[in-house]
Write a protein that binds this ligand. Structure first.
Ligand code: FES
Length: 127
């Protein structure tokens, strides 16, 4: 079992720009936690950077998570589009599925994991 402890820092709060996702990697080895954190409307949320369609990372090249108008998240592999607020796929090959959420909280100028994270349970290994 590979665990990340509650309180692990994801990023500094001042690294976030409203509506612009920031990619992050926590942990080591072949299967670290790759995620994206997003501040919007005063809320900060995070998702696993792994598409429910075929398990690819959403951003390719790294750091490019958005549709051209910036309103939605985009998986660049096969074009699935996700709602920023809840990670639901609203168009594309995995319509109705969701990005997996990561519970985060803001504390003392940092975005941190809100609880322990079991990587084996959260990240799907496709090979
Ligand atoms: S892996 Fe994301 S749309 Fe296919």
């Amino acid at each position: 079992m590979t665990m990340l402890a509650a309180g692990t820092v994801v990023c500094r709060s001042d690294e976030l720009q409203d509506g612009i996702p920031l990619g992050f990697t926590l942990g080591e080895g072949d299967w670290p936690l790759r995620g994206l954190v997003l501040q919007q409307g005063g809320e900060v949320r995070a998702f696993v950077n792994q598409c429910p369609h075929a398990g690819h990372r959403l951003d390719f090249p790294p750091g490019r998570f958005l549709t051209p108008d910036g309103s939605l998240l985009l998986c660049r592999s096969h074009g699935a589009i996700f709602d920023k607020a809840n990670g639901e796929c609203v168009a594309g090959p995995c319509m109705g599925e969701r990005l997996r959420s990561i519970a985060v909280q803001v504390s003392q100028g940092s975005v941190c994991l809100a609880g322990d994270v079991d990587l084996d349970a959260l990240v799907t290994r496709y090979w």
